[in-house]
Design a protein around this ligand. Sequence first.
Ligand SMILES: *[C@@H]1O[C@H](CO)[C@@H](O)[C@H](O)[C@H]1NC(C)=O
Length: 402
Amino acid sequence: MDSPGARIVVFVCVMVALFGVAFSAQSCNVLLTSNRQFTACQTIPEVGANLAWRIRNDSSNAIDFAYSGTAPSASGWVGWGINPAGAGMVGTQALIAFQSTTGAVVYQYPVTGAVKGGQSLIPGDLTLNFTDTSAVVSGAEMTIFSTLNLKAGDSISMQYVWGQGRTVDLTNNAVGPHSIPISGDAAVTNIDLLTAQASTVELPNQKLKNNHGLISAVSWGLLMPLGVMAARYLRPISGSNPAWFYTHIAFQCTGYVLGVVSWALGLKLHNLNEGGAVPYKHRNIGISIFALATLQVLALLLRPKPDAKYRKYWNIYHHTVGYATIILIIINIFEGLDLLQPEDKWTTAYVIVLCVLGGISLIMEIVIWTLWVKQRTKNNKDGMHGSQMKGTGSYRTGQDVV
Ligand SMILES: *[C@@H]1O[C@H](CO)[C@@H](O)[C@H](O)[C@H]1NC(C)=O
């Protein structure tokens, strides 16, 4: 640890830490020592944001707040809100600050189910009574000040929601989505304002969503394409051996059974959907995938004998539907990742799996096309010696033995 290299590393780390402090949101210390007389403060470690507050000791039933966070960029936004309806994003009464052409602004944003479904988030009336709202913006660092006027008997414990994003449309003050897929960019925390005890709240149906995502990724996203690859690449190189067929069936059937399980979880999520927000695109593509996959399983049972006249058309149909399904699966997994917003590593893992499968496919395409060209050349030579050209193209389409 005493080498010059180690000392440089330590020095760089200290410098980075100093810059980190310099550019991060106003700390709890800054907020607590400001002249606004906040009495409590909570740090949100995931994003280095801070929420300070003071419950007024008078008859006004009011709570003063300051939320200080750092946007992804100076043209981004920082938002904070309370969800009186419970956990989650839908129902949140939010205050969002950003830099407009005229300076720092903060507006009120009701987060409805339609917003979660894709509608843009624009300013509107809130059910909560916030007064004296203002914002201080310094680069990407933004602090929202506000007073919440409670009605007698209102709970002093609350779910608060925070977020930050990259874009604001200054023509209508619509804020873009909180940055996906950076984790920790939006979440819910439960806080007891009297004791200042905070705890992270699990979003509704999160376990169900995770299971749906994981099983879908393995079944539709991995087993299905592997099965397709088994059929396309093992068949030409296995000659008349039907092993490719059983490999294909094994992957496709396991994938289908697990896929139906994940589909059922998806249907359940659809029924439980909070606030009526329906991710239509993801749902409709999911239904199409299920329908097409079911069709493929049924088509398997109805396939003509290998030497039947119609087998050629059945093959074309089976391959077209198969490839279309794979494309829909890839689109829908990205749609699902957008909805679920898992940690970065999950999206990265899926992209890596796609690249590996794509790379193997590319190599195998080259292999089977080379085999096909060789076979054709051989057949042409044989043809000159008077033998039949029956095998033409067999390396590409393979021999149907099943
Ligand atoms: C909001 O609170 C303020 C301060 O207590 C009060 O004057 C005002 O009437 C309240 N507004 C509504 C709509 O309740």
